[in-house]
Design a protein around this ligand. Structure first.
Ligand code: HEC
Length: 124
């Protein structure tokens, strides 16, 4: 396990939210919608993913739906997949590796994805 000196602004904000009791139904707080949006713009996830639109990768709402019943187990697996890349879960296109994304940031964005409301009717 690696540990880093200093925390990213994304994680600091997510922790602040968790402390404020703003977490999503007891699941890891992750990021706010605004933080997730700017993170995905800054790191390029948006090129391949959107919440409700299939791009090169799956809709993020579909990811949330698939892992809904096993979020705790899915979280570390998806963190690894974001940083190391991988294939085979959704189709033939592999997900590229994103090794420069810090583990804490990857955890925060995965927590946000997994906490997405799974139907549009439930949207925040
Ligand atoms: C170059 C395109 C591309 C980029 C950039 C990209 N992804 Fe993906 N992503 C994919 C594809 C393709 C898949 C489906 C892989 C598969 O079928 O296993 C995927 C799958 C995923 C999954 C589901 C994995 C699973 O095993 O179910 C998550 C979560 C995810 N991406 C998050 C992210 C995040 C967060 C970022 C930004 C840090 C990101 N992706 C950047 C293409 C991309």
């Amino acid at each position: 396990m690696t540990s880093r000196a200093g925390r990213s602004p994304f994680v600091a904000a997510a922790l602040a939210l968790a402390v404020a009791g703003h977490g999503v139904q007891g699941f890891a707080a992750g990021m706010t919608d605004a933080q997730a949006k700017s993170f995905m713009n800054a790191t390029g996830c948006n090129g391949c993913h959107a919440v409700d639109e299939i791009r090169i990768g799956p809709r993020l709402r579909d990811v949330a739906r698939r892992y809904r019943s096993e979020r705790d187990a899915a979280l570390p697996r998806l963190v690894t997949k974001i940083r190391a890349g991988g294939a085979g879960a959704w189709g033939l296109v592999p997900m590229v590796a994103n090794p420069r994304i810090a583990p804490d940031d990857a955890r925060a964005i995965v927590a946000w994805i997994l906490a997405l409301p799974v139907s549009e009717a439930q949207q925040r």
